[in-house]
Design a protein. Structure first.
Length: 126
């Protein structure tokens, strides 16, 4: 099991559109400092569309930056992970780094469903 959770694609698409506008204006008016801004926004938008910020593997949640480097690792087991609320909790404490407004909702829902189904299959039914 490996879930890759990216940022909300709306933010990335907005960055790419803004960079296209800035680069288009720079092409019409000539190179300026704004050309650098357009290139930076384009790179950030493409990285947000292609790179996951959170990778959930078997027993570990990895938080990564846009370059792909792992910044933080949070170990978990199915016994201490609670995904019944909006944000995942480990031992009753919310996992810092999950924000529902900034992450892709579909990927987050897929992760939540996978964990809930695995927890349900482990628990004996009365």
């Amino acid at each position: 099991m490996e879930h890759r959770i990216r940022t909300n694609p709306i933010f990335a698409i907005f960055l790419v559109a803004a960079s296209a506008f800035i680069l288009g204006v720079s092409a019409l008016t000539g190179p300026s400092v704004n050309t650098i801004t357009g290139v930076v926004l384009l790179v950030l938008g493409i990285l947000q569309l292609s790179r996951p910020l959170i990778v959930v593997t078997e027993g570990e949640i990895q938080f990564r930056n846009l370059l792909g480097m792992t910044l933080r690792r949070v170990p978990y087991t199915l016994d201490n992970l609670d995904v019944s609320d909006e944000l995942p909790k480990i031992d009753g404490q919310p996992v810092k780094g999950f924000s529902t407004w900034a992450l892709d909702g579909k990927a987050l829902a897929g992760f939540r469903e996978e964990i809930l189904s695995r927890q349900a299959s482990r628990d004996p039914q009365p």
